[in-house]
Design a protein around this ligand. Structure first.
Ligand code: ADP
Ligand code: MG
Length: 238
């Protein structure tokens, strides 16, 4: 289970209010996409959900439980970043299995789980390579593998495909949707790319300057934008 509620959440950097009292609810198992222009506060929101940034006021609830003061590693949330941040000295298998190793899971069990995840992500033939010997798409798959091996009930993606070329982006979109179907995790996916939002989301939250401009399923958003910002940003017909 992973139902997310943000209740009138605010964030300041010094005197600058970057998240201005945001209310968002994401249902269990939903693929929610937060979309908006660069600087609108997408990463800040995700980092607050992950526990990497404090919440200045308001609450973040996960399955009804207030999480504001819970440490990131105690939240049961995985996050995949734009820059994959793999361990360069470790093999693909070691990168994917690292969190299980930290938890002292027995080596044969780690190997079994790593192979299962690698199979899903088409990394079986690359398990003994180091990140430097992988393509961008393969590295991003390793980063995703590292997240899903923890079997999180909630996965956060921060512009995970923006470093990939266009063809690979299309392929990875389909892969991520398939993963979402297989794992049944709740997903919050952040992007500045409207096409990515329209093709991947069950529901889109459009952000503008630290506020929610509109929240709706893709088709509804496209055909019934609430305001000029959403219409222009999404490219609605008029
Ligand atoms: P997005 O991910 O949508 O591009 P961010 O959440 O990264 O937006 O940033 C939102 C706003 O907060 C921007 O104006 C950015 O410059 C500012 N900001 C982000 N991180 C910091 C920080 N650590 N210190 C000061 N300002 C920041
Ligand atoms: Mg960002």
């Amino acid at each position: 289970m992973a139902v997310i509620e943000l209740r009138t959440v605010r964030k300041f950097y010094g005197a600058l209010e970057v998240i201005k009292g945001v209310d968002i609810r994401v249902e269990d198992g939903e693929f929610a996409v937060f979309v908006g222009p660069s600087g609108c506060g997408k990463s800040t929101l995700l980092r607050m959900i992950a526990g990497l940034e404090s919440i200045d006021s308001g609450d973040f609830l996960l399955d009804g439980k207030r999480m504001n003061d819970i440490a990131p590693d105690k939240r049961g949330i995985a996050m995949v970043f734009q820059s994959y941040a793999l361990y360069p000295h470790m093999t693909v298998a070691e990168n994917i299995g690292f969190s299980l190793d930290l938890k002292k899971v027995p080596k044969p069990e780690i190997r079994r789980q790593v192979e299962a995840v690698a199979g899903t992500l088409q990394l079986t033939d690359y398990l003994d390579r180091r990140p430097a010997a992988l393509s961008g798409g393969q590295r991003q798959r390793v980063a995703i593998g590292r997240a899903i091996i923890k079997k999180p009930s909630l996965i956060l993606f921060d512009e995970p495909l923006s470093n990939l070329d266009a063809a690979l982006r299309v392929q990875m979109r389909a892969e991520l949707q398939r993963l979402h179907r297989d794992f049944k995790a709740t997903v919050v996916y952040v992007t500045h790319d409207q096409v990515e939002a329209m093709t991947m989301a069950d529901r889109i939250v459009v952000l503008n300057r630290g506020t929610v401009a509109q929240e709706a399923p893709p088709i509804a958003l496209y055909h019934q934008p609430d305001n000029a910002f959403v219409a222009t940003f999404i490219g609605s017909p008029r």
